[in-house]
Design a protein around this ligand. Structure first.
Ligand SMILES: [Zn+2]
Length: 273
């Protein structure tokens, strides 16, 4: 790292010395400590970093932040990938994302919680997870539990016989996608398709009676975190018309061919929540 033998202080032209110290910084609302190598003037205290030092500092900040917030660090990703004898391209295929994302995450870019979960799966040697179920098992009972909490929050019925989940599916979609984006796991395991009226539970016609009639006594209730996702969606879209309009403005729905499945990884690109 010490590629320069001499560095002159920009203020007084004295020789600066290499200094290694732990520093504290507030980054994305989190106080982190990172190691920094830079040059320091012994006379006036001015500090400066060369370009490679500055890059190293950025890496150190990014990794400290990721370590503190429970994400894989750039170093973790490189180490685990090499243990599995995977190239960056191999890892990219497993997730699946572009190789540029792997390069960025192994450097200083900070992956979202959902991408972190996908990275962990891929690095545990799991073959490419199904991007259409949000990392969980499908359960009609869970859909019913989810929609019941929406009804409680919205103070009206949205799970109705005969309306083809017209609004209910849109509320469920936002909640599942939001949960996936924030914590790497959906709520219901449902697969969603892009239909002309918006995102819809795939094969909903075959599922609708099962959802309405599901016995929820044996279904895992929503966690507090999941309830908060529902509450956030309900607050953002208080009326049927709000959620209807919002989904029709989501690029991830607009860009799909009719009937195409919407992967949970699209949650990264939602614009209305
Ligand atoms: Zn100086």
């Amino acid at each position: 790292m010490s590629e320069k033998k001499h560095m002159l202080c920009p203020k007084d032209n004295h020789y600066m010395k290499l200094a290694h110290r732990a520093k504290k910084v507030r980054f994305r609302d989190t106080l982190i400590e990172y190691n920094a190598e830079r040059y320091r003037c012994p006379d006036c205290g001015t500090e400066t970093a060369t370009i490679p030092q500055a890059a190293q500092i950025q890496k150190s900040i990014s990794d400290s932040y990721r370590e503190k917030t429970g994400l894989l660090t750039g170093k973790d990703i490189v180490r685990k990938r090499k243990e599995l004898k995977l190239s960056q391209q191999d890892l990219a295929h497993r997730i699946p994302v572009g190789i540029a994302s792997i390069k960025r995450w192994e450097g200083t870019a900070i992956q979202t919680k959902s991408m972190d979960q996908l990275l962990r799966n891929a690095l545990q040697g799991k073959v490419c997870g199904d991007p259409y179920t949000g990392n969980r098992e499908f359960s009609t009972g869970r859909i019913k539990v989810l929609l019941s909490h929406f009804e409680f929050q919205l103070n009206r019925k949205i799970l109705k016989k005969g309306d083809r989940l017209l609004y209910a599916a849109k509320y469920a979609w936002y909640a599942d996608m939001l949960a996936f984006r924030e914590r790497g796991e959906g709520i219901t395991g449902a697969t969603y398709a892009a239909l002309p009226n918006g995102p819809q539970i795939n094969n909903y016609k075959d599922l609708i009676d099962d959802i309405i009639n599901a016995d929820i006594s044996a279904i895992t209730p929503l966690t507090n975190e999941e309830k908060r996702f529902v509450e956030r969606v309900a607050r953002t879209f208080p009326r049927d018309n709000d959620v209807y309009k919002a989904v029709h403005n989501e690029p991830v729905w607009k860009e799909k061919m009719t009937g195409a499945l919407i992967p949970y990884t699209d949650a990264e690109r939602l614009t209305k929540i």
